[in-house]
Write a protein that binds this ligand. Structure first.
Ligand SMILES: [Zn+2]
Length: 94
C-alpha cells in the first residue's frame, strides 16, 4: 500500500465518521471535514474521489446535499452551494 493510499484511507475514515454523525452533531462533522482537508494540504494528496464534493472549498465545512448544501443541475453544470458560508461552486458534469 502506498503512502497516498494510507493517507486516503485515513481521510476515508474521517468522512465516514462525519457522515455517520452529521445529523446529530453537525459541528463535529465539520471538524472532521476540516481535518481531512488539512491532511490533504499537508500531504498534498487528493481527497478520495467519492468525497471530493463533500468539503466546502471556502469554509471547509462538511457538505451533505439536502442538509448542509444545496445541489442543482443547470445547463450541464452541477451547482453546489454551502449553506454555512454561502459559497457556490460549479462543476462540469462528465
Ligand atoms: Zn462553506
Amino acid at each position: 500500500m502506498s503512502r497516498a493510499d494510507r493517507i486516503r484511507g485515513e481521510m476515508e475514515r474521517l468522512f465516514e465518521e462525519a457522515m455517520r454523525i452529521h445529523e446529530k452533531d453537525p459541528d463535529l462533522a465539520d471538524r472532521y471535514a476540516e481535518l481531512a482537508w488539512r491532511i490533504k494540504l499537508k500531504h498534498r494528496v487528493d481527497l478520495p474521489p467519492r468525497w471530493k464534493g463533500s468539503v466546502c472549498r471556502k469554509c471547509h465545512s462538511f457538505m451533505v446535499p439536502g442538509s448542509s448544501s444545496r445541489v442543482r443541475v443547470r445547463r450541464g453544470m452541477v451547482v453546489t452551494r454551502c449553506l454555512r458560508c454561502g459559497d457556490t461552486r460549479r462543476y462540469v458534469i462528465d
